[in-house]
Ligand binder design. Structure first.
Ligand code: ADP
Ligand code: ASP
Ligand code: MG
Length: 439
């Protein structure tokens, strides 16, 4: 059995959904198809939620109405027979009735999660209506019946596997299952989600749960590129990546994959393929245990980084100093991305300012604390980078004119990270593209 996940743009237009139905019926293998919301929908739902939480009901109502019009038009082109149009319109009515009801009740975090779930709930039901019209046998598997996160907001593979396998056993005669990406239940049993871009995570978790033959992530580009195509003009697709390389790229900002979506597939050794819905014949990227080749493969950038520098003459030769520093971050459940040290200072980066004030306050007794906001981590990822001929020379030549804040090298054989001011990100990605890839 395999998993095929289609992202927002892959289902964002009626003709794309038609194309998806062809892609999922090309071969005989049983499959679980994971769908995102139509492109733009989750952003719209976030805006609706924000308007509501700010008490601006009128703005929320306007956005709800605009979104409903979009879905009504979508239905007109998606299905042609009257009975199916009625069915699809009933789906739209059900979910927009819910969105209109919430205009009248008080806002809460739980309600916010319910609002955000509407996109995937609608896209899957609408797609199933289209499959009905095409006479394609299928079954809708509600993600809320098997996908879950624990009290730390982490998905646990075992309970997901048990529930999913039970559902599959109950419908053993079916070969095509459709389910929602992104949405899940939390430890309190409420509707929740796997964070933005989380449909990739859903796909990988399902692939691991069923130990699928492959986890295919279908999107709007022909695989993982060597650099961010939104920032740099000339980029090329990478044919093969190891799980470790792909995980580093995803975590350090390659938007094509959700930051933590690789581990489930990696745990069960299920290959992940990145494929292009708009160009299905392109080879794409295959992610497996093996790296395929040695050397630098790609560059990614993660924005919104905060650097914290703790300087203390007492750190000199003091054991236990770093532990005390790290304990502060642990206490506020804030993970550290980059670390550099010298005899008298340690610098770390974090990607959230949620507990920044408390953290800096608790670090102050250790020495002087300096905070630098709006930084970007630029990661150079590959296999056995250190062994690559002249890689450091090429790298440092390329960044001659960039005011680099931190450099981290040697932590893993797959990664060299630079911290640069956010305003230097575009230039850094461009000069590295030329210096490391000759592009
Ligand atoms: P989907 O909606 O299918 O999940 P996303 O928008 O989340 O798609 O991811 C695909 C997009 O990721 C591409 O259109 C591209 O602009 C962006 N992207 C950023 N970095 C990379 C990269 N290194 N390789 C490929 N795509 C990337
Ligand atoms: N629809 C969700 C989002 O836009 C999840 C996803 O598409 O992966 O973030
Ligand atoms: Mg995505």
């Amino acid at each position: 059995m395999k998993v095929m996940k289609f992202g927002g743009t892959s289902v964002g237009k009626p003709e794309r959904m038609h194309q998806v139905s062809q892609l999922i019926t090309k071969d005989e293998e049983a499959k679980i198809v994971v769908l995102s919301a139509l492109s733009g929908t989750t952003n719209a739902l976030v805006e609706i939620s924000n308007s509501l939480s700010a008490g601006n009901r009128e703005a929320a109502k306007q956005k709800i109405d605009a979104l409903e019009t979009h879905y009504r038009n979508f239905v007109l082109e998606l299905v042609k027979e009257e009975a199916n149009r009625n069915k699809a319109n009933a789906v739209v009515s059900e979910h927009f009735e819910f969105l209109n009801i919430i205009l009248r009740i008080s806002f809460s975090e739980a309600l916010n999660k319910d609002i955000l779930a509407q996109g995937e709930l609608m896209s899957t039901k609408l797609f199933c209506t289209y499959l009905d019209e095409q006479g394609i046998d299928h079954m809708l598997l509600p993600a809320l019946e098997f996908m879950s996160i624990d009290a730390n907001e982490e998905p646990q593979l075992l309970p997901i596997r048990n529930r999913l396998n039970q559902l599959l056993k109950e419908h053993a005669s079916k070969k095509l299952f459709i389910t929602q990406g992104y949405i899940c239940r939390n430890a309190r049993g409420e509707v929740d989600n796997l964070k933005r871009g989380g449909s990739d995570y859903t796909a990988s978790l399902i692939a691991a749960a069923i130990v699928g033959s492959v986890c295919e992530i279908w999107t709007d580009i022909d695989g993982m590129h060597n650099n961010d195509p939104r920032v740099v003009n000339k980029t090329v697709a990478i044919e093969q990546l190891s799980f470790d390389e792909a995980a580093e790229l995803a975590y350090f900002g390659a938007k094509i994959l959700h930051p933590t979506c690789i581990w489930p597939a990696q745990q069960e050794n299920v290959p992940v393929k990145l494929l292009n819905t708009m160009q299905p014949e392109a080879v794409g990227t295959v992610i497996t245990k093996e790296a395929g080749s040695v050397g630098v493969k790609a560059i990614a950038a993660k924005d919104g980084i905060i650097a914290i520098k703790i300087k203390s003459s007492r750190m000199l030769l003091a054991y236990g100093f770093l532990r005390k520093v790290f304990e502060v971050f642990e206490k506020y459940r804030t993970s550290i991305d980059m670390i550099t040290t010298s005899e008298v200072a340690v610098s770390v980066t974090i990607d959230t300012d949620t507990a920044l004030a408390q953290i800096t306050k608790e670090l102050e007794p250790f020495g002087s604390v300096e905070v630098l906001k709006d930084q970007t981590i630029v990661s150079i990822v590959g296999n056995e980078i250190a062994q690559t001929d002249k890689v450091l020379q090429k790298l440092f030549n390329a960044i001659q004119d960039i005011p680099v804040t931190m450099v981290s090298y040697g932590g893993s054989a797959h990664n060299i990270s630079l911290l640069v001011p956010g305003t230097e990100k575009v230039k850094t990605l461009q000069v590295l593209n030329e210096g490391l890839f000759g592009l």
